[in-house]
Design a protein around this ligand. Sequence first.
Ligand code: GAR
Length: 196
Amino acid sequence: MGKTSINIAIFASGSGTNAQAILDYFKGNKLVDIKCIYSNNPAAYALTRGKKFGIKTKSFTKEDFYKSPAILAHLKNNQIDLIILAGFMWLVPTQLVKNFTLLNIHPALLPNYGGKGMYGHFVHEAVIKNKEQQSGITIHYVNNQYDKGSIITQVTCPVAPNDTADSLAAKIHMLEHKHYPETILKVVEKLLSESN
Ligand code: GAR
C-alpha cells in the first residue's frame, strides 16, 4: 500500500517567517506531518517558532552536517519524505540530495541573482543596484549546487524606482508566504500519487 501522508523536515537559518507560513498552512492537514525544524544556527528564531508550534527542533554544527552521518540518520529516524529549505543558507551535502526530495525558495528570478553568497538582503541589494524593473521568487528542486535544481514555479513582482532592499524584501516575503505552501502541497500530492 502507498503512503497516506508525507513527513516533512524544514531547514531554516534565520527568522523563519517562511517556516511559520508553512506551519500555519498545513495545520490540521492530514496529508502532511511536519516532523522537525532543523537549523545550523542554534539562535535562529525559526527554532523558537517550531517550539512554540509544538514540533521538534534540532540544531547542528558544520561538522555534524558535512562530516558525520548524524543529520542523515536523524532524518531517517524521523522517516522524512520531503525536506523544505526555508531561508537555509548552507549548501546541502550530496548524501542528503541523494536520499531525499528537497525544495528551496529563492528570493529572485533564477538563474539571475543566484549562487554562493546570493541570499537574503544581498539578493535584493543587487537587484536594486542593477535597476531591475521586476524581481520575484523561484521555487525549485535542490541539487548539490547552489540554486541550480530544476525550477517548479516563479512568480514576479514589480520593483518600484523608490524601492529599497527592505521594501523589496517585504514584497518578496508576501509572495513567498503565499506561494511556497501552495507549491509544497502540489509536490506532496505528487509524491503521494507516485507512492501508489
Ligand atoms: C527568504 O526570503 C528566502 O527566500 C531567502 O531567505 C529569506 C528567509 O526569510 N532564501 C535565500 O536567500 C536562499 N538563497 P525567513 O527566515 O523569514 O523565512
